[in-house]
Write a protein that binds this ligand. Structure first.
Ligand code: AP5
Ligand code: MG
Length: 190
C-alpha cells in the first residue's frame, strides 16, 4: 500500500529536517516544493524567472504553477512506497488540488503531521539558519512576512484536513530526535 505523508507547519517548524528522517525510515520520496522552486530559480528556467521575486519577498507562488510542477514531478519520480509532501499544500485550493492529483493516480493522503512551534522559536531558528543557508528569504523582515502569510493563508488548511480526519498535531519543540519519535509513533499507530 502506498503511504503519503503531508508535513505541515510554519516556516522553520522543522518540515525539511523531519522529512529527511521520515523518508529514510519509511522509504518515502521527499518532495519539497520550496526546494523544487529554489532549483528552478538557480537553473534560471522559465518558471524560475517568474517566481524569484515571490520567494525572496516571502509571498506564495501562484497555485496553478505549483500544482502543475508537482503533478509533473509525481509522474517523473515514481516511488512505490509513497511520498512526503513538504511545504505543500499551502492554501485550501492546493489541498483540493493535491486530493485530485493523487486520486487521478490511485492514491490519497494517509496522514497530515502538523508541527506546532511558537513564533519566537521559529524566528530564532531561521535567523540562525540564515547565517549559512544563502536563502534569499532567511532575513528578519522576510521571516516575519512568511510567518504572516502562513497564519493568513496556510494555517486554514488545517481545518480542511481536520474535516478529512487526517490531521495529527505534533509538538515541534525539543530535540530533533525526540520530535522524530513523536512522529514515528503517530505513523506507526495508523
Ligand atoms: P519553503 O522552502 O517551504 O520554506 P518554509 O515553509 O518557509 O519553511 P523552511 O524551509 O524555512 O522551514 P522548515 O519547516 O523546512 O524547517 P527546517 O527543517 O529547515 O518555501 C519557501 C518559499 O517557496 C515560500 O515562501 C514560497 O514563496 C515558495 N513556496 C514553497 N512551497 C510553496 C507552495 N506550496 N505554494 C506557494 N509557494 C510556495 O528547520 C529550520 C531550521 O531550524 C534549520 O536550520 C534546522 O536545522 C533547525 N531546526 C530544525 N528542527 C530543530 C529543532 N528541533 N530544534 C532546533 N533547531 C531545529
Ligand atoms: Mg524547508
Amino acid at each position: 500500500m502506498i503511504f503519503n505523508v503531508v508535513i505541515f507547519g510554519a516556516p522553520g517548524s522543522g518540515k525539511g529536517t523531519q522529512s529527511a528522517f521520515i523518508a529514510n525510515k519509511y522509504g518515502l520520496k521527499h518532495l519539497s516544493t520550496g526546494e523544487l522552486l529554489r532549483s528552478e530559480v538557480e537553473n534560471k528556467s522559465e518558471i524560475g524567472k517568474k517566481i524569484e521575486s515571490y520567494i525572496c519577498q516571502g509571498n506564495l507562488v501562484p497555485d496553478e504553477l505549483i500544482t502543475d510542477m508537482l503533478a509533473n514531478v509525481l509522474d517523473k519520480k515514481q516511488n512505490e512506497k509513497g511520498y512526503i509532501f513538504d511545504g505543500y499544500p499551502r492554501t485550501t485550493e492546493q489541498a483540493k488540488a493535491l486530493k485530485s492529483i493523487l486520486k487521478e493516480r490511485g492514491m490519497k493522503v494517509s496522514i497530515v503531521l502538523d508541527l506546532d512551534v511558537d513564533e519566537e522559536e521559529l524566528i530564532k531558528r531561521l535567523l540562525y539558519r540564515g547565517q549559512t543557508s544563502g536563502r534569499s528569504d532567511d532575513n528578519y523582515d522576510t521571516i516575519k512576512h512568511r510567518i504572516q502569510v502562513y497564519n493568513s493563508k496556510t494555517a486554514p488548511v488545517k481545518e480542511f484536513y481536520k474535516q478529512e480526519g487526517l490531521a495529527v498535531e505534533i509538538h515541534g519543540t525539543g530535540e530533533v530526535n525526540e520530535i522524530f519519535s513523536r512522529i514515528s509513533n503517530s505513523i506507526d499507530s495508523l
